[in-house]
Design a protein around this ligand. Structure first.
Ligand code: ATP
Ligand code: MG
Length: 169
């Protein structure tokens, strides 16, 4: 069992310098405590890293990224908020598709040569492998974007299953 707070802090500390070199201020706001969960630390770290890298790319003139987390019923929600270029409404559904990038005539950015458009498709797979979801919870063109992913807390699920199969065997 790992704690999402540790993953968030480790990833943000790691991304602090790269962000800074792009004129981006990266900070995190997490509660004092969240429940431990069954998480693939490396993959969830990668999801966060991808979201932070995307946010940095969306702020060519610098800006602010805030990573936050909160518990909502049986889920922990993690938000990555940026003050970047935003994503037009008709692109919101598409950005999670493999190889899809917002066309440069729409957002004025040319990323085709250096990026594949796979980051979010991979994030979606990793989050869904944890029975979670990932979505754009807010975006406004020219103002910024907020990505959110959820992870189920599933208290004691794994243990209950194991004990159950032992006693019925
Ligand atoms: P890769 O992740 O493979 O290096 P990529 O970053 O272009 O390439 P994705 O991470 O899948 O690919 O993102 C898809 C597209 O969604 C991006 O090309 C960009 O147009 C748009 N996008 C993603 N995150 C943001 C964001 N925070 N603000 C604005 N646009 C974004
Ligand atoms: Mg990316």
């Amino acid at each position: 069992r790992t704690n999402i707070i540790d993953i968030i802090i480790n990833t943000c500390v790691q991304q602090q310098q790269p962000a800074k070199s792009h004129g981006v201020d990266l900070c995190w706001e997490v509660p004092d405590q969240l429940p431990d969960m069954f998480l693939d630390e490396e993959r969830i770290g990668q999801v966060l890293t991808n979201l932070i890298e995307n946010a940095i790319k969306a702020m060519p003139d610098g800006g602010q990224i805030t990573v936050s987390a909160e518990q909502q019923q049986d889920y922990v929600l993690v938000h990555v908020t940026d003050t970047g270029i935003g994503i037009p409404a008709d692109q919101i559904e598409k950005v999670f598709l493999p190889y899809h990038q917002v066309p440069s005539h729409v957002n004025g950015r040319e990323t085709k040569n250096t990026h594949l458009g796979l980051g979010l498709a991979i994030c979606k797979q990793f989050v869904e492998a944890h029975n979670g979801r990932i979505w754009i919870s807010h975006s406004e063109v020219g103002k910024g974007t907020r990505f959110t992913f959820s992870l189920p807390i599933m208290p004691e699920t794994e243990q209950t299953i194991k004990t159950g199969s032992q006693t019925t065997a």
